[in-house]
Design a protein around this ligand. Structure first.
Ligand code: AMP
Ligand code: MN
Ligand code: MN
Ligand code: MN
Length: 282
């Protein structure tokens, strides 16, 4: 069984439609793929239908934008009820923050001599209902200011870049509660990747497990080098956290994140399924 629990479609900042993503999962030899678009469930119906017809199990997921001490932390939710009012309200609030920062970032880019054409931005955003910096990056590429998303982030859009404008994110601990209350399982995405590492030391991960019921942490992820993965695996073992692995696939939007480059074990998925069932999720 090959299981990849973190992938994006063009409903957020990936480049495949949800159905294309599932077809790609089949080609990559996956048995199970989770669609985890940023802050939206909008791609799930199409992905689930494609999974049915292609014989790939699609786990319904979401990657929630949360924060700890003002630093961005990504939280994966699996099996949440997509009609949970409290969770939907929070997702809408986060997406409003995503939309709201765009004009400010466009103004900075214009000041830096890189005015973006709204028609280009609209075109590269396509079917996305959750707009992010990668869409600005794609527009910068189309207009010839940068070569690719990586250069756009390195020069302009990274958290410490000149065109960065912060946005609303949900406080982490309440966000874990929201996922549980919606019947889901909460797993921290790439906890020791560049952005969130300092605010998620081991003692805090332990506290999240003990006091807030955090279910797991993503261990095998391309933002974690070998040593980091080994340390995180130990952290998971010591604190009773599930350890997952995934590609964080974004289609052509991210290099070296092909579907299935990292995978999750069958035992871990079985435990995730058991917890979803226990909490009444789906
Ligand atoms: P946002 O959702 O607006 O906060 O933008 C964050 C998203 O940008 C992440 O989910 C990644 O998909 C993408 N991203 C972050 N850093 C980079 C990078 N260096 N190169 C390409 N994409 C990136
Ligand atoms: Mn992304
Ligand atoms: Mn992420
Ligand atoms: Mn992701």
């Amino acid at each position: 069984m090959r299981i990849d629990l973190h992938a994006h479609s063009a409903i957020s900042d990936g480049t495949d439609t949800p159905a294309e993503l599932v077809a790609e999962a089949l080609r990559a030899g996956l048995d199970v793929v989770a669609l985890t678009d940023h802050d939206t469930f909008d791609g799930l119906p199409e992905a689930l239908a494609a999974g049915e017809s292609l014989g790939v199990r699609v786990v319904p997921g979401v990657e929630l934008s949360t924060e700890v001490a003002g630093r961005s932390v990504h939280l994966l939710g699996y099996g949440c009820h997509t009609d949970d009012p409290a969770l939907l309200t929070e997702l809408a609030l986060i997406r409003r923050g995503r939309d709201g920062r765009i004009p400010a970032m466009l103004a900075i880019l214009a000041e830096l001599g890189m005015p973006l054409d709204p028609a280009v931005l609209a075109r590269v955003s396509g079917s996305a209902t959750s707009i992010g910096r990668p869409h600005l990056a794609d527009a910068l590429v189309v207009q010839g200011y940068v070569a690719d998303r990586t250069e756009a982030f390195d020069r302009l859009l990274a958290d410490d870049g000149p065109a960065f404008v912060p946005r609303y994110a949900a406080p982490l601990e309440p966000a874990i509660r929201l996922i549980h209350a919606a019947g889901g399982v909460a797993v921290l995405a790439h906890p020791w990747g560049r952005v969130s590492r300092e605010v998620l030391p081991e003692h805090y991960l332990g506290a999240l497990a003990r006091d807030h019921g955090l279910d797991g942490i993503e261990v095998d992820h391309n933002d974690h080098d070998r040593a980091t993965r080994a340390s995180l695996r130990e952290v998971a073992r010591r604190h009773g956290l599930l350890a997952t692995g995934s590609s964080d696939y974004h289609g052509t939007g991210k290099r070296d994140h092909g579907l299935g480059v990292n995978t999750t074990s069958q035992q871990v998925l079985a435990e995730i399924d058991a917890r979803i069932a226990r909490r009444g999720g789906h």
